[in-house]
Design a protein around this ligand. Structure first.
Ligand SMILES: [Zn+2]
Length: 276
């Protein structure tokens, strides 16, 4: 069954089949003015059409080969030549035009897809921008981690843990003059002969976390001359569970116990220092 539709822009009329109307939900492109319209919505009342709106001239406008793509025009012209009945000839050509135009519309729709992707690109741009900002923040934290941990001791444990995961460390302040050695005492070990045991307390007098210092123990003879000297690193003098990377908190004190063999040398005194 064939119906007649018309272009709402240039009013050109077209013969369309039911199949064509069903394709693309009736969307077609006018072969004359190239306007895209819905052929179903623009259907012409056939009674009115037969009485008043069937001038041949309207169809002729549509057949004009120069309105059709060059590669298709040849086929269409051939069709025109072999068809004898002018009305049939016109109708056939129009149907083909409709098909061609419907096909073109498909093509245009396919072309329109990248446009919708372009619309999304600002969102991608924002995501990219946010990711870049986050990376900058993380990078800043990384490079300023020493200062941040100094001024914001509350977030320091998180920084230390994060740093341990990526293999970096947080440098702690090393102001040795603010580390106080208090309550030092040395005794010969009750169970092991020739072993001297030092107990002392290290106090961080700074208003911030500090790195644990090295402890230097010197054993002296009766003339106060150094006979034996050993430097203990924090890992050697601190309890095993101590997290050395956290450092010694502001105002905190830590009890230290170290042992040292006299190797048969008679020692009568000692000196203890801290250093970094
Ligand atoms: Zn038109």
């Amino acid at each position: 069954m064939q119906s007649i539709t018309h272009c709402p822009v240039c009013q050109t009329q077209f013969v369309v089949t039911e199949q064509q109307l069903n394709q693309h939900s009736g969307t077609v492109r006018c072969g004359y003015c190239l306007d895209v319209f819905n052929a179903i919505e623009q259907l012409v009342n056939t009674e009115v059409h037969s009485e008043h709106h069937h001038p041949t001239s309207e169809f002729n406008a549509l057949i004009a080969p120069d309105l059709i793509k060059p590669d298709l025009s040849e086929a269409l012209v051939t069709e025109v030549l072999v068809t004898e009945d002018p009305i049939t000839q016109e109708l056939t050509t129009e149907v083909q035009t409709i098909e061609v135009q419907a096909g073109q519309h498909d093509y245009l729709a396919a072309q329109a897809m990248p446009t919708s992707a372009t619309k999304k690109s600002p969102v991608l741009l924002w995501i990219l921008l946010i990711v870049m900002l986050l990376m900058m923040v993380v990078q800043s934290i990384f490079f300023l981690r020493h200062q941040i941990s100094l001024y914001y001791p509350n977030i320091k444990p998180s920084l230390v843990l994060a740093c341990e995961k990526i293999g970096c460390s947080i440098d702690l302040p090393k102001k040795i003059e603010l580390i106080l050695i208090d309550d030092s005492d040395i005794q010969e070990d009750a169970e092991h002969t020739g072993v001297m045991r030092l107990s002392t307390t290290l106090i961080n007098q700074a208003g911030f976390y500090q790195a644990y210092p090295n402890l230097e123990l010197t054993l002296t003879d009766v003339d106060d001359k150094p006979k034996l000297r050993r430097i203990f690193k924090p890992i050697e003098y601190l309890p095993a569970k101590t997290n050395i990377a956290f450092g010694l908190a502001a105002g905190a004190a830590v009890k230290v116990n170290v042992a040292m063999t006299t190797q048969g040398i008679a020692v009568t005194g000692y000196r203890v220092f801290v250093s970094y």
